[in-house]
Ligand binder design. Structure first.
Ligand code: FES
Ligand SMILES: [Fe+2]
Length: 383
């Protein structure tokens, strides 16, 4: 077998080539997409925003999850709320600006001026009297569940969500050395892409494509160094080793900043890659954190918001600007290389002659990812 091995949690496995990919229709069918929305995006914990984006009382950001618009806001007690953006009177959308601050401390419907506080309680309904048929308490805004994990705000639209800790079991304490809640957004790029959301997750999770598609990335982190160390619940991923001592993923391979907080030991030489199913790709580096937030807009379209998080003192230091730019340029280049092949795969998989493909053993994690999707949908495919 020689070098035909793959390492998972420090154990070498023989590479088994040839498990089958999803059929092409999983990237194109409107019906399957609608099923994914109902059974995955409306049921799973999904990433919504960074807590810093709604830092002050009354700050808000709108999040669109297919047909559902959610107002992420911070109430008077400082608690993050995820309010359905729908008036309890006759269903009018309350808020249309994508972000801002409810200066008045309340949310007023533009139609008949029903007014809610930031906790979602109805506090005024002009000219209406409470009685047998109407009481304000029954007209609070519906809310989604919220969990703030290390500054990443997750929401769950289901009325009976699984506990977040169960969903994130594999990562709960894993990155405490990074103190990610203290990191701040140094840069953000929005990419509008013509491909299915699953293609981005698949692309993120394998490096079989790296030597051809990412020559520079392959120089800083050789493909042979890839290891998986998490495959539990919603979290799949692992890490790659940096060749340069105290290096990072930048244009020249040198660190962009000092190590983040308490990062030490092996973590100084690793880049971690985790897909937190279904819409967050988290990439902690020794010196910064990169993440992608994926928003599907139909079977063949997504918005991919990419963020670079650094320590606040690094962002404030004018001398650090060029180094941050080097990290941004590296990942923007790498992202665009990925988007190109993902969009070509979206086109190719539409062909009637593409039925199912064959994964290499180095992509076995994608087989597992596909199985997560199939399990959530309740679909069974013969292997
Ligand atoms: S629909 Fe909102 S106040 Fe009438
Ligand atoms: Fe890639």
């Amino acid at each position: 077998m020689g070098e035909k091995k793959f390492t998972k949690r420090g154990v070498d496995y023989p590479i088994v080539d040839g498990t089958r990919t999803l059929p092409g229709k999983y990237y194109h069918s409107r019906e399957i997409y609608q099923e994914e929305v109902e059974k995955i995006f409306y049921k799973f914990w999904i990433y919504a925003c960074r807590a810093e984006e709604i830092e002050n009382v009354g700050d808000y950001k709108l999040i669109q999850v297919e047909d559902e618009s959610i107002i992420l806001t911070r109430d008077k007690e400082g608690k993050i709320r995820a309010l359905f953006n729908v008036c309890s009177h006759r269903g009018t959308q309350l808020c249309t600006e994508p972000s801002g601050n409810f200066n008045s401390g309340s949310i007023q419907c533009p139609y008949h001026a029903w007014t809610y506080n930031l906790a979602g309680d109805l506090i005024a309904a002009p000219l209406m009297k409470e009685g047998d048929r109407f009481n304000k308490k029954a007209c609070s805004l519906p809310q989604a569940s919220v969990y703030n994990w290390e500054g990443f705000v997750f929401i769950n639209l289901d009325e009976n969500p699984v506990p977040f800790e169960e969903h994130m079991e594999a990562l709960m304490g894993k990155f405490s050395d990074w103190k990610m809640a203290e990191l701040r957004i140094a840069h953000h790029i929005r990419y509008d892409l013509n491909c299915n959301w699953k293609l981005i997750l698949q692309n993120y999770q394998e490096c079989y494509h790296c030597p051809g598609v990412h020559p520079l990335l392959s120089e800083w982190t050789p493909v042979q160094s890839a290891q998986h160390d998490a495959e539990k619940g919603a979290v799949i991923g692992g890490f790659m080793d940096l060749t340069k001592e105290r290096g990072s993923m930048t244009m020249d391979g040198e660190a962009a900043a000092p190590p983040v907080c308490d990062v030490s030991g092996d973590d100084l030489q690793r880049i971690y890659y985790y897909s937190i199913f279904p819409n967050l790709l988290l990439t902690p580096h020794p010196d910064f954190v990169l993440f992608h937030h994926i928003t599907p807009e139909g079977p063949g379209k997504i918005i991919n918001d990419c963020y670079w998080l650094f320590r606040p003192e690094v962002i404030a230091d004018p001398k650090a600007k060029e180094r941050i730019k080097s990290a941004v340029d590296f990942w923007d280049l790498t992202n665009r290389q990925d988007w190109q092949v993902c969009e070509q795969m979206q086109i190719g998989t539409k062909s009637k002659r593409f039925t199912r493909g064959y994964y290499s053993g180095r992509e076995d994690i994608l087989h597992q990812l596909d199985n997560e999707v199939l399990k959530a949908l309740g679909h069974n495919l013969a292997d």
